[in-house]
Design a binder for this molecule. Structure first.
Ligand code: ADP
Ligand code: MG
Length: 249
C-alpha cells in the first residue's frame, strides 16, 4: 500500500526524519508513536506532499509520489487530518467539507475559486461526498449547523470527515483523540475500525498508549527522527529499546 524508502527531511542542520524505511499494509491500522519532536507530523507532511523530502522515496501502490504536490497526492488517495484543524466558524459543517475538499484537491487559489462549468459539475459530486463522509462519522444531523455551534468532539469528527471526503485509500490521522475524554476516545477507536472494515488503510499518530495497544495492527516507533523499532503492539511493548526511549520503563 504505502512504502517509504530511506526518507529524510532536514530542517537546516536538524534531521526531523532520518533515513526511515517502512511499509504500511493495506486494510490495517498502522500506528506511529514517539516522543514530542520525534518527527511524526513531519513524516505525515512528507507523505501527503506538503513537504518535499531531502532524500528518499515514497511509493503509493507502487506509484512513485515523491515530490508530487499535495493536491495530486490527495487525488491519488491519501487523506489526512492535522493536529489542529482550521474550520470556517461562520459556515455550516457541510460547506466546510465542500470547501475543504476543494482546498485539498486543487492546486492554486485560482483553481479553487474559479467557477467554471467543470467545477459546477463537480460541485454536486463534492456535496454528495461531503454528505456521505458526514454520515460516516455520525454527524449527518449537524450538517446545516455552523461550526461555531457544534461541540469540541464534533469538531474532531469534522476533521475525520474532511480526510474522508477526498475519497482516500489511506488516511493519515495526526493525534485525532488528543484532548478528548476516555468515552470519546473509545468512539474514535470504533470509527477507525469502521474505516478499516470499509476497506481503508489507517495510519495513526497517537499518544494514548492504551488506545494504540488495543487498536493497532502494527506500530512504528520514531525517536529523534529515526525509526527505533517496529512490530506488533506486543513486540513493541516488550522491546527494551522502546522502553528506554519512550515508555520510560
Ligand atoms: P512530532 O510530530 O513527532 O512531535 P514534528 O514532526 O512536529 O514532531 O517535529 C520534528 C522536529 O522537526 C522538531 O524538532 C520540530 O521543531 C522540527 N520541525 C518540524 N517542522 C518544521 C519546520 N517547518 N521548520 C523547521 N523545523 C521543523
Ligand atoms: Mg506532531
Amino acid at each position: 500500500m504505502l512504502k517509504v524508502e530511506h526518507l529524510t527531511k532536514m530542517f537546516g542542520g536538524l534531521a526531523a526524519v532520518n533515513d526511515v524505511s517502512v511499509k504500511f499494509e493495506a486494510g490495517k491500522i498502522n500506528a506511529i508513536i514517539g516522543p514530542n519532536g520525534a518527527g511524526k507530523s513531519t513524516f505525515f507532511n512528507l507523505i501527503s506532499g506538503l513537504y518535499q523530502p531531502t532524500s528518499g522515496r515514497i511509493l503509493l501502490d507502487g506509484v512513485d509520489v515523491t515530490n508530487m504536490p499535495s493536491d495530486k497526492v490527495a487525488r491519488l488517495g491519501v487523506g489526512r487530518t492535522f493536529q489542529t484543524t482550521n474550520l470556517f466558524e461562520q459556515a455550516t459543517v457541510l460547506d466546510n467539507l465542500i470547501v475543504g475538499h476543494r482546498l485539498r484537491t486543487r492546486s492554486g487559489l485560482w483553481d479553487v475559486l474559479i467557477n467554471s462549468k467543470r467545477l459546477q459539475r463537480e460541485e454536486k459530486a463534492a456535496r454528495d461526498k461531503a454528505q456521505e463522509a458526514l454520515e460516516f462519522v455520525e454527524l449527518g444531523h449537524v450538517a446545516d449547523q455552523f461550526i461555531a455551534d457544534i461541540t469540541q468532539e464534533e469538531r474532531k469528527r469534522v476533521a475525520f470527515a474532511l480526510a474522508l471526503a477526498t475519497d482516500p485509500k489511506i488516511v493519515l490521522l495526526d493525534e485525532p483523540a488528543a484532548g478528548v475524554n476516555p468515552e470519546e476516545t473509545e468512539s474514535f477507536a470504533a470509527l477507525m475500525r469502521k474505516m478499516v472494515d470499509r476497506g481503508l488503510t489507517v495510519c495513526l499518530i497517537e499518544h494514548k498508549m492504551d488506545m494504540i495497544m488495543n487498536l493497532a495492527d502494527k506500530i512504528m516507533v520514531l525517536d529523534h527522527g529515526e525509526k527505533i523499532a517496529e512490530g506488533t503492539p506486543e513486540e513493541v511493548r516488550n522491546n527494551p529499546v522502546v522502553i528506554e526511549a519512550y515508555l520510560g520503563g
